[in-house]
Design a protein around this ligand. Structure first.
Ligand SMILES: *Cc1c(COP(=O)(O)O)cnc(C)c1O
Length: 474
């Protein structure tokens, strides 16, 4: 009798949630019809959401709360059995995270005909672990079978460590590095019956590696494998891997997406119904939501609501910022390219870069064809570049130490220009051998151009290069 009463009560909440889902679907469809800038500004925080659920607050509130209180036991039962969406406990869900997640899913899915979903994480690294680990689980039907995955070797230093130390050494999962990611036959030769996914970073940090994402996605799918892409450097304002066939995107939102530099933030964004020969139907149907409700509930790499809203606030101007940063980076790259004390400049925007033509097929300022200023698609290559100073590591350090305005920091994506020497910082842990595998020279300087006027950045670099003794560079 009591059970019956309860189940009726639960059913009432389920019915109400279904009605709300209808409203949500209509709002989602309306926002998907809007342009990129509009999505960046509003996401799914509609006027209705503000007025009905948030005291009319025009800005998304920071829900600094661990959990939701329920009206009664029926609502609690419906929520905790995931029969209705709720903010049960902030390790699992929180309204501030939800607003960020909806915006990220919409931006990565911009122009796509399939729906996307997203799960935020405490960092870019935990986004990478979250996106990859579910595919590396033991296969219950073949518990003894070895497990491998195939990845570009030019990846962020932290990713290299996670793949080689945490996955390979600690867990016996083999990471098969692709040396030349533009060579499709090399990818193909590394795939076998025990491969779980293909992974790539593009453009890579700091090397500016790039690959034909459409062709690699096709190769992955013809082997029934998902393609996972780290798209941190491009951001969805310049490249949306899901539109080219990738199944999952990981973002260090920390970087260009949240350029103010207030917080560490990560995200996993996936397409619905992804391709994978491994994993449950539930996992493949909506990977990011699955991640949120199950593995990440259990592992707990959740984001703070404060960080979520800080990141969301930065996202609102993503497109115009990356346009500005990219144009300045282009000018800085041209300056460095013609400087006598600079050996090489790696920037995909330079016509002399071996991957310039390939990158130019993929990297466009989103909506430039709808922008009164441009009126047609324009290529933009982001604000990360790197260069080698003539005279080896000592000359690079002299130049680096002489910079007055550009911050020396292991960071990128900032509104303030920052530079680092990867060999002694971001890529120090992986050792000389790992660095040479990834093409990280000891005199390589990574520079991320910020929002300052490019003349002032160039002036700082010019005076810093002047500090290098000309004899050291010959
Ligand atoms: C910084 C970075 C990461 C790691 O992100 P965190 O937010 O620092 O954990 C991953 N991939 C790329 C390309 C990065 O630049």
């Amino acid at each position: 009798m009591t059970d019956e009463v309860n189940s009726q009560g639960v059913a009432r909440y389920i019915a109400a949630a279904q009605e709300a889902a209808g409203v949500h679907a209509a709002e989602l469809a309306a926002m998907r019809a809007c342009r990129f800038d509009t999505i960046s500004v509003h996401g799914l925080y509609t006027m209705r959401e503000a007025i009905e659920n948030n005291q009319g607050s025009i800005i998304e509130p920071v829900y600094m709360s661990t959990s939701q209180g329920y009206r009664d036991s029926d609502q609690m039962e419906a929520a905790l059995s995931y029969q209705v969406p709720s903010w049960a406990y902030s390790r699992i869900a929180n309204p501030s995270l939800y607003y960020l997640e909806q915006t990220l899913a919409l931006l990565e899915g911009y122009g796509l005909d399939v729906e996307t979903s997203s799960c935020t994480t405490s960092s870019g690294m935990s986004a990478i672990a979250s996106a990859t680990d579910p595919f590396l689980a033991v296969d219950p039907t073949r518990p003894e079978a070895p497990i491998n995955f195939v990845s570009t070797c030019q990846v962020y230093g932290g990713t290299f460590q996670q793949f080689s130390e945490r996955k390979m050494k600690e867990r016996g999962v083999e990471c098969r590095w692709v040396q030349d990611a533009t060579d499709l036959s090399e990818w193909e030769s590394k795939i076998d019956g025990n491969t779980r996914f293909l992974y790539g970073e593009l453009p890579s940090n700091p090397g500016q590696a790039f690959f034909d994402i459409g062709a690699v996605a096709q190769l992955a799918h013809s082997n029934e494998l998902p393609l996972i892409v780290d798209s941190t450097v491009a951001t969805p304002a310049l490249l949306r891997p899901l539109a080219h066939g990738a199944d999952i995107v990981v973002q260090s939102v920390t970087k260009t997406m949240a350029s103010s530099g207030f917080a560490i933030v990560g995200a996993v964004i996936s397409r619905k119904d992804l391709v994978s020969r491994f994993g449950s139907d539930e996992m493949k149907a909506d990977f990011a939501t699955y991640l949120k409700l199950l593995p990440n509930r259990d592992n707990g790499p959740n984001l703070s609501p404060m960080s979520a809203i800080l990141a969301l606030n930065d996202l609102r101007t993503l497109r115009s910022k990356i346009d500005l940063f990219s144009r300045s980076a282009m000018q800085v790259a041209e300056f460095l390219d013609s400087h006598p004390k600079v050996e090489t400049v790696h920037y995909l925007g330079l016509p002399g870069h071996p991957l310039h033509a390939l990158a130019s097929r993929y990297m466009f300022l989103v909506d430039s064809e709808h922008d009164a200023q441009y009126g047609s698609p324009v290529n933009r290559y982001g604000h990360l570049l790197s260069f080698c100073v003539k005279g080896g590591a000592p000359a690079a350090r002299t130049m680096f130490d002489a910079m007055q305005r550009i911050f020396r920091a292991t960071d990128l994506g900032r509104v303030k220009s920052v530079a680092t020497i990867p060999a002694i910082s971001t890529h120090q842990q992986q050792g000389a051998e790992g660095r040479s595998l990834a093409g990280i020279a000891p005199n390589l300087v990574r520079l991320c151009v910020g929002g300052e006027h490019p003349d002032d950045i160039i002036a700082d670099l010019a005076q810093a290069l002047d500090a290098v003794n000309p004899e050291a560079t010959t």
